[in-house]
Write a protein of this length. Sequence first.
Length: 557
Amino acid sequence: MEHTENKTNFITNAINHDIADKVYKNDRIHTRFPPEPNGYLHIGHAKAALLNYRIAQQYNGKFNLRFDDTNPIKEDMEYVDSIKKDLSWLGIDWEDRLFFASSYFEKMANYAVELIKKGLAFVDDLTADEMREYRGNLNEPGKESPYRNRSIEENLNLFEQMKAGKLPEGSRVLRAKIDMASPNMNMRDPAIYRILHTTHHSTKDEWFIFPMYDYAHPIEDAIEGITHSLCTLEFEDHRPFYEWVLSNLNDFQNEPPRQIEFAMLNLTKTILGKRFIKQLVDEKIVDGWDDPRLVTISGLRRRGYTPESIQNFCEAIGIAKNNSTVDIAMLEHFIRDDLKFKAPRLMTVLDPLKVTITNYPEGQVEWVELPLNQEDPEIGNYCTPFSREIYVERSDFLELPPKKFYRLFSGNEVRLRGAYFVVCNEVIKDAAGKVIELKCTYDPATRSGSGFAERKVKGTIHWVDANLSKKVEIHLYDNLIDDDEGLTKDNFLERINPNSLKIIEGYAEPEVMKAKPLEKFQFIRNGFFSADPKYSTLEVPVFNQIVSLKSSWKPEK
């Protein structure tokens, strides 16, 4: 993975201090990305994964991919497979270091026994509602559970029954014994194990108890020898418990991992929360996790984004300590910037208006040579057919043009890109008054590449041959939501833009029809598009709009 020179930030500064202080043997640096397999990854996960991976690269360290699969109710192998595919596509290589939290279930249960024997954990009979009531709030301390002072022997016996599946689901939990008066709510005797009689995607029916994420995560990090556990700011208040777990287990007294938090990525005019996205998918409001309107990695890939554009975007937004929101126009800037030199520039007419060139020989077809991308002549040229009947964009003609409109109107001459100058002579309308055809004449002396006429024209428009072009299906996208202020789980469905997807039929020149799945193009003056891998057929190719040509965001100088 190519990226810019190493940049310093508060995370690298902390790592540099640890190296200077010889905190970890041989100055080793080991990071990880620990997704929960309960959904597909989105652009926020991409930022976190790339950060952890690049830190490992920067320090010649190691990087693990680990699935935190501790909640079988919400997890599925589909998500495991999708996450591996997305990260690999992003250019992240975990080599042979693929791990699962479920592989450590036996060790985690043994560590729970260690905490019980030290008087640091107890089995609680309180219901979930009672536990919430006993927990207190930010202004009032919690109350100790009446089961908190059970003997070690009784707790060991009950935990063994929980583990053996002899107790009903949800009837008891194992809790850490810390401080019910702590100002940090996460330290008020948090639950570390619950009973679930359900099948796990990996361990099947072997386990009846499952560790809570906050308990499992530090143990996973420590078992794998992680040095720096980089996570988003939502886990800042969880850090004291992360450190409490490790400090109270004998195996992790030397070189425990250090948790460092950074700001999560928020984007305007879209949905980022995994639970929100899952609801959109489940209720079929979007076309699956890979819907191009979503900023899931699979959605961005299907829309036509490149790994490099996402890498460069994540690099540019940097690492911060405070949460903020990034304009989605900035993400769009980086795909434009990446594709402007890569994507072939071809002609597709999205809203066709027929033009008949009355003085062009009937039945004649000539092939016009055009560059695939003027920005990179080495890509080469291609040829497109030209004949008496062509299609142009309806917006390139106006009956009553304003000043500085240099395209088609009665009596005006324009250049057809790569071909001839034509003059509009006659406008044909249907019974309802809609313009359905233009009659034009061409000047044979103005063929591109043959010296051009001495006169100049101010307008150049694109076109396709009406007889040899092919119908294509075009998917045009708008923001998934227009108003993201105060977005909540209760109102986000109301904010979905009903016009976020528009499907139209257009006409494409023959070169476009050669497109392979996910091949990207700039359709002249219409934007960047990608061949849809899900619905395209040889008969009717489908192209997803990646982004328009114009950007509302400018990089800082």
